[in-house]
Design a protein around this ligand. Structure first.
Ligand SMILES: Nc1ncnc2c1ncn2[C@@H]1O[C@H](COP(=O)(O)OP(=O)(O)OP(=O)(O)O)[C@@H](O)[C@H]1O
Ligand SMILES: [Mg+2]
Length: 515
């Protein structure tokens, strides 16, 4: 037994897992994995979609019981049976899917399950005051009495972080916390994490954004197919070597991959497929003009909240425009509903795939063929063989890690669910495909595959409207780039004008004008 004074010593790991194994029917998600978290460090878990990152976190935080191995916390063996138990021990989590309760207030979410009481009743005043303070420490100013779902995903994520912090955890676990935060919000979060690290907290951080990983991590643990590949000092592992370890290829293959050239000039430049003039909606996007040709990728760049998603929703008829005209193939048309958009063979892969897109209990195959089936009408059912073939092709093309296509999609890792939703829209063979953050949460290897696929589909005449926060991707893949700022289209770049500096300048120049 360890005495308390020994626990204080900082050389003993804060959290130490040895030989952790987790087996699901059809998947060995973790296979004898070791993991060490020190006090005052930020430790990133890396690996491809389905590598086992979220599973390791869920085992450490009591969501799943492990099938083998041991976990020591502060030198003592632990076996948390629920997240609440892990939390009482001092291990707090923010999950990949923010799992708070959308219709409760922000403050209720922060205090869920541990409301301070006045004699006989819940102390609402204290809950509201403390919640507001907890969020202010993250530089988030919101009305904490409003329902959580009245705020953006970015804010909801911050609420989850605030909740974890308010519990005074010793270990803070964040599974892809920044996937819906913009650069400023990510900066805020990182500032908070650094402060907590300085106070001695151990922080486990999962991310597919390698820039962020290198900006914040002290050490890295790489997993592949449920196995530990290694543990490294971030400062000593060059990025390409890291990628090679993640995808299990040698360095030269990765170097070749990363040297890929930008978008080929579009060859099928005839009449615009879609032309909109003065399309806008009060409170969402200022009226804008836009043309998209067949065989062309139009990138949409700008900060989170700049109106990118709103623009996409107008084009797909989810929200109704209150000004503007639309022409499709040179003929005036209406985009008053998604049904109308689909009839014009538009496809839309939304940003918030978790809530807007997957049907958790249907199989991977059914989720993939859904949009195609919908466009054909439900009466003309796609024959089972055809479904198999379609789904099989996309599972292979996008590298969707699933033991079989008949598995319920909810059992796939987060990134693999996203790939399946992307496959759904690709399989529907739209003439215009709107992709809102298609590569978010997706690992480096699969990102490259998706980018290749986009290029191929364009070559075959599909038009793509591509929204991404990763400007490098926008630069690499677009024939034209539209920059938005504060819900306004501020410029459009073509061909040789498209580069990172030009886009950043367009975003920033407008910011300067506003001041
Ligand atoms: N509840 C479950 N039932 C069955 N299989 C599961 C379950 N949860 C995860 N798996 C499988 O375990 C493996 C690891 O999944 P995990 O979610 O840990 O991956 P990940 O590294 O977090 O990936 P991502 O980057 O996509 O989030 C995958 O093959 C997944 O399909
Ligand atoms: Mg995951």
């Amino acid at each position: 037994m360890t005495s308390p004074s020994e626990i204080q010593k900082s050389d003993k790991p804060l959290l130490f897992a040895r030989g952790v194994t987790k087996i699901f029917p059809g998947a060995r998600a973790l296979d004898g994995v070791d993991f060490t978290l020190r006090r005052g460090e930020i430790h990133t878990l890396l690996g491809e979609n389905g590598a086992g990152k979220s599973t390791l976190i869920k085992v450490l935080t009591g969501v799943y019981r492990r099938d083998g191995g041991e976990i020591l916390f502060d030198g003592f063996p632990i076996d948390p049976r629920s997240p609440a138990e892990a939390q009482r021990l001092g291990i707090s989590t923010v999950y990949q899917e923010v799992n708070l309760v959308p219709f409760l207030s922000v403050a209720e979410n922060i205090f869920l399950g541990r409301q301070p009481m006045k004699p006989g009743r819940i102390d609402w005043k204290q809950i509201n005051v403390r919640s507001a303070e907890a969020l202010q420490r993250l530089d988030v100013e919101v009305d904490v009495t409003q329902p959580l779902d009245s705020y953006s995903i970015a804010i909801q994520q911050m609420v989850a972080v605030a909740r974890a912090l308010d519990i005074q955890a010793k270990v803070l676990v964040l599974d892809e916390p920044t996937s819906s935060l913009d650069a400023n919000e990510t900066g805020h979060l990182f500032a908070v994490l650094r402060k907590l690290k300085a106070q001695g907290l151990g922080i486990i951080f999962v991310s597919h954004f390698l820039d962020q990983v290198y900006a914040i991590a002290d050490r890295l643990t790489v997993l592949r197919n449920g196995k530990l590949i290694g543990e490294y000092e971030a400062a000593r592992l060059p990025r390409l070597e890291l990628i090679a370890k993640m995808i299990g290829k040698d360095l030269s293959a990765v170097e070749e991959m990363s040297a890929r050239r930008g978008a080929e000039p579009s060859r099928t430049e005839h009449r615009p497929f879609l032309r909109v003039k003065g399309l806008g909606r009060r409170g969402a996007v200022h009226p804008f003009d836009l043309e998209i040709r067949s065989g062309e990728v139009v990138g949409l760049a700008g900060l989170l909240g700049c109106g990118r998603t709103e623009m996409a929703r107008l084009l797909f008829g989810i929200d109704r425009a209150d000004t503007g005209q639309v022409e499709i193939d040179g003929v005036s048309a209406g985009l008053s509903s998604p049904r109308a958009a689909i009839a014009h063979r538009f496809g839309f892969c939304p940003e918030d795939r978790k809530t807007q897109a997957i049907i958790p209990d249907l199989s991977v195959r059914e989720n993939i063929v859904l949009a195609l089936q919908a466009s054909k009408g439900w009466i003309r059912r796609i024959p089972a063989r055809k479904q198999q073939e379609l789904a099989g092709n996309y599972i292979q093309a996008l590298g969707i890690a699933t033991s079989d296509a008949g598995k319920p999609i909810k059992l796939l890792s987060g990134g693999n669910q996203q790939k399946a939703i992307l496959a759904r829209w690709l399989a529907s063979e739209p003439r215009l495909l709107i992709l809102d953050e298609p590569t978010r949460g997706i690992d480096v290897g699969a990102k490259a595959e998706i980018e290749k696929l986009m290029a191929r589909l364009c070559g075959e005449g599909m038009a793509i409207l591509f929204i991404s926060s990763e400007l490098e991707e926008v630069v690499r893949d677009s024939h034209r780039v539209v920059v938005l700022r504060d819900r306004k289209k501020v410029c459009e770049l073509t061909g040789g004008q498209i580069d990172l500096a030009a886009i950043m300048k367009a975003i920033a120049a407008q910011a300067a004008n506003d001041e």
